[in-house]
Design a protein around this ligand. Structure first.
Ligand code: LRH
Ligand code: MN
Ligand code: MN
Length: 388
């Protein structure tokens, strides 16, 4: 059986990155339900992220999305984050909300539009220089709605050229994360639709390029833990965008729709010895809280990931291997299910108390008065930009 002290140490060292945009207003294309107290500026989003970190102890960084989080002086924003007790994490690029990108960004047939999109990616690297961020996260909405609309192979060439130019601009300690998504907003063909496409581009680019798995970006029934295992074996898993889905890219709270899937993913991470921050995987959230309170939803998501991780760490790997080696299907499955069915909440409460935190971060948030404070301080909340 895993030693409880080792399990606790691994949980204490865990790091989950929160997304700035999850703190802002969002909704579906039908309606954005504005909430009182949501951040109006990048600084206010960072302040909220710092609250999540203070209460959970495992959310030390916040990802930015540009231009949603555009500021004049990123070095100053970085100092603001440090003073608040967090750091700026991945810089997410946005080449999907400009009229010019109707037919694509870096894959567009028009060289002027490709230049504009690639320049945005290069500018994001300059922002990383100013903030000290390690990760550049790329997601492209590029794709086609109709067969014949553009040449599939030419678009891969154009994508590759933009990725190479951006990759060449990365500093020694900077990395590129290439996210894939099966469909949406394009419905017939997407230029980076799956992990294989992302992986192939990353291999071609070199050692600083890694795949980012957004858990909401697959076909129903996809075995995501297989993708995790495969990419870990290849040394090409760089990051997660965690969220839950029931249908498409729902962006609901991680661990809400399918906690068992989250456990299976985290088991492969533990099995691959890839949990420690020093391994380099950026465990990010990428969520939108449309009807639920933002900060509590993010705290809940962080706790859900902690619980899945704790269960993964509790798997008796020796017993599992023995059962696997002897072909004992039921025992092997039983070992995994025993860990999954363990109530890890007392262990996590204990861990928080040991580090001087409230054992119940959600209750602590509600007691803190922070929500009332931001509701009175922040008159007009900003749209997250995403579904605005
Ligand atoms: C695209 C995506 C990508 C974007 C984010 C807001 O669906 O997952 O990561 O940057 O949503
Ligand atoms: Mn994402
Ligand atoms: Mn998404």
């Amino acid at each position: 059986m895993p030693d409880p002290t080792t399990v606790k140490a691994a949980l204490a060292a865990q790091a989950i990155e929160t997304p700035s945009w999850a703190f802002g207003n969002s909704g579906t294309r039908f309606k954005v339900f504005a909430q009182p107290g949501v951040p109006r500026t990048p600084e206010e989003k960072i302040a909220d992220a710092a609250v999540v970190h203070r209460l959970t102890g495992v959310a030390p960084s916040v990802a930015l999305h540009v231009p949603w989080d555009a500021v004049e002086d990123y070095a100053k924003l970085n100092l603001f984050a440090q003073d608040a007790g967090v750091r700026i994490g991945a810089i997410n690029t946005n080449v999907f909300q400009d009229d010019d990108y109707k037919l694509g960004s870096v894959t567009n047939a028009d060289p002027r539009i490709r230049r504009k999109a690639t320049d945005h990616l290069l500018e994001a690297v300059s922002i990383m220089d100013a903030t000290g961020s390690r990760d550049l996260k790329l997601w492209f909405a590029d794709g086609l709605n109709y067969p014949g609309q553009d040449d599939l192979r030419d678009r891969q060439e154009r994508l590759s050229a933009a990725l190479h130019e951006t990759y060449d601009r990365l500093g020694a300690n900077q990395r590129m994360l290439l996210e894939y998504k099966l469909f949406e907003p394009a419905f017939y063909a997407t230029d980076v639709p799956d992990w294989g496409t992302s992986f192939a581009h990353c291999v071609e680019l070199g050692p600083k390029a890694f795949v980012c798995i957004d858990t909401g970006h697959h076909a129903p029934g996809t075995n995501i833990e297989f993708i995790v295992a495969f990419l870990l074996r290849q040394g090409k898993l760089g990051a997660f965008d965690f969220n839950s889905r029931f249908y498409a890219d729902d962006d609901l709270m991680a661990g809400a729709a399918d906690p068992f899937q989250l456990f299976r993913i985290m088991y492969e991470i533990v099995r691959g010895e890839a949990l420690e921050p020093s391994y380099g995987i950026n465990f990010m959230l990428d969520q939108c809280h449309n009807i639920e309170a933002k900060i509590p939803a993010i705290i809940r998501s962080v706790m859900n990931i902690q619980e899945a991780t704790a269960k993964a760490l509790l798997v008796d790997r020796g017993a599992l291997r023995d059962a696997q080696q002897s072909g004992d299907v039921l025992s092997a499955n039983g070992v995994l299910m025993d860990a999954y069915n363990t109530d890890v909440r007392p262990l996590l409460r204990e861990l928080r108390e040991e580090s001087g935190r409230d054992p119940d971060p959600l209750a602590a948030y509600h007691r803190s008065g922070y929500q009332a404070q931001i509701e009175s301080d922040r008159a007009h909340g900003q749209q997250a930009g995403w579904n605005a």
